[in-house]
Design a protein around this ligand. Sequence first.
Ligand code: HEC
Ligand code: HEC
Ligand code: HEC
Ligand code: HEC
Length: 426
Amino acid sequence: MTSVRTRRAWRAGFVLVSAVVLVAAANDGSVPLSLELPDNPTAGAHVFVEKNCVRCHALGGDETRVGPDLGRMHFRGTVLDLAGAFWNHAPVMREKMQDLKIVPPRLDAREMADLMAFLTAYRYYLTEVGEPGTPSAGRVVFETRGCARCHPTNGDSTWEKPGPRLDRYRGNFSGILLAQVMWNHSPEMATVMHGSGVPWPRLNGRQMGDLLAYLQAGNAGTGRDRVYFEPGSPRRGREQFANKGCIRCHAIAGVGGKAAPDLGRRPRDLVGSVSSIAALMWNHSQAMTMEFARRGVPRVTFSGREMADIIAYLYFVNYANVRAVPAHGGRLFVDKCSPCHSLGGGRRVGPDLQEAPQRGDPLAIIAAMWNHAAGMDQELRRHGLAWPRLEPGDAADLTAFLLNRRSAASTAHAAATGSVQPGGVR
Ligand code: HEC
Ligand code: HEC
Ligand code: HEC
Ligand code: HEC
């Protein structure tokens, strides 16, 4: 058990650390906790199967399994909150694994990152959680939002309408590519709309999803099939965001242009679904076009997979921009971890967390905690301690604190030995 003296010692150490951290911290004491943007959010799908998660968790299916349906989980937090939830449920999961004779899987940092990206991205295939777009609802949108005033549908092949027939989108195009085409054609549509007094049809995510499902079903408006979207690459999308000049007007978490909303500071709107991001882009395309014209910048269009990549980037942008408060992480450490772990003080009941190898990023730390959960559980029971639960925000704060300690230690080591340590704080 921790004595009062060791707790005080920890607090003293912790004050010293905060001084180092303050250099980069904002007013609220938060620092950016950088995570790698996933390149392919579906890489985690095979980890999900390989590691037997699939045996207990459905992904938006109809059947009930031992664990909650992770496809229906509407997770509002950051990726680290998701990792924290995974950790919080570890004791029950491991118990159920024992019942089902499943060997608890070991997860390395890469696999943990892939899994969390996949579970984060899963919602992103769906128009809304558990409610993919339906063609029949899309038909209603098509009619009530004025699309049908200009675009002929099956029933009215003989009518003169200013817009082209859209039935060639049946089956051939994904929802995202359709959103791309709508974006590319929006200035011409705007001109026709303006001429005929039709207001710019604003769409919400739900309507956009239904609309895309309707057009994809080929204007039939009868299908009940679910329509999913292929995910783009957030990493490629980040390049697009720069190449297409978006960054000239939009900042991402404070970095970039100031003329337009900071897209890295609107966390929850952009994590809805692909179609809600597509709808945002559509709704704002007029204002953006005007802004492009005003500045004499040619308006950007998208080809190939570019729209998919941009949307994936916008979806994931806050995934990679998590802010954490290391000072709070320090307090968590004192309360929940210091009974068994030291930082630089040698092995106690558990290993010294400053020395533990390969714990260089937030998800690597959570993966290590999971891998060692059995040993920790045993010690917790022996000492009559509760499972150290991580509330929303805690996983980020705690890992930020641990990472700061490590880099501060490696800087101190470098200063002492005169060597240069890569990755240390400068
Ligand atoms: C043996 C069955 C089993 C396996 C295998 C399993 N889980 Fe679970 N999981 C559960 C149960 C049961 C719960 C709910 C536990 C509780 O109520 O505390 C849960 C909860 C969760 C939660 C929290 C959900 C929430 O709503 O907060 C996440 C995330 C999760 N599991 C992810 C995974 C991942 C990722 C894997 C694969 C590495 C996995 N699980 C493997 C049974 C399992
Ligand atoms: C006021 C008339 C008008 C309205 C209303 C309108 N469009 Fe259009 N739309 C057009 C015209 C004209 C074009 C052709 C533009 C061009 O040639 O670049 C077009 C092009 C398109 C295209 C690209 C077609 C292609 O293959 O070249 C799509 C997709 C599309 N519209 C979808 C929609 C949707 C969905 C709505 C409702 C939200 C809508 N449009 C509302 C006039 C309209
Ligand atoms: C010339 C400046 C400019 C450029 C370049 C630009 N935008 Fe915008 N964007 C704006 C403005 C201004 C708004 C706000 C429009 C409004 O309020 O209707 C906006 C709004 C948005 C929104 C909606 C945000 C919200 O808060 O609802 C999204 C999403 C978006 N832009 C994405 C992009 C992407 C992706 C690119 C690159 C392809 C891009 N923008 C390029 C000026 C720009
Ligand atoms: C009751 C004692 C106890 C508590 C409290 C505890 N741990 Fe542990 N921890 C252990 C033990 C014992 C091990 C080694 C388990 C093993 O190797 O099987 C361990 C291992 C670990 C490891 C893996 C280290 C390595 O070698 O890579 C990490 C990371 C870790 N703990 C983090 C934490 C964090 C963060 C907290 C606070 C939220 C915490 N632990 C709370 C006992 C504890």
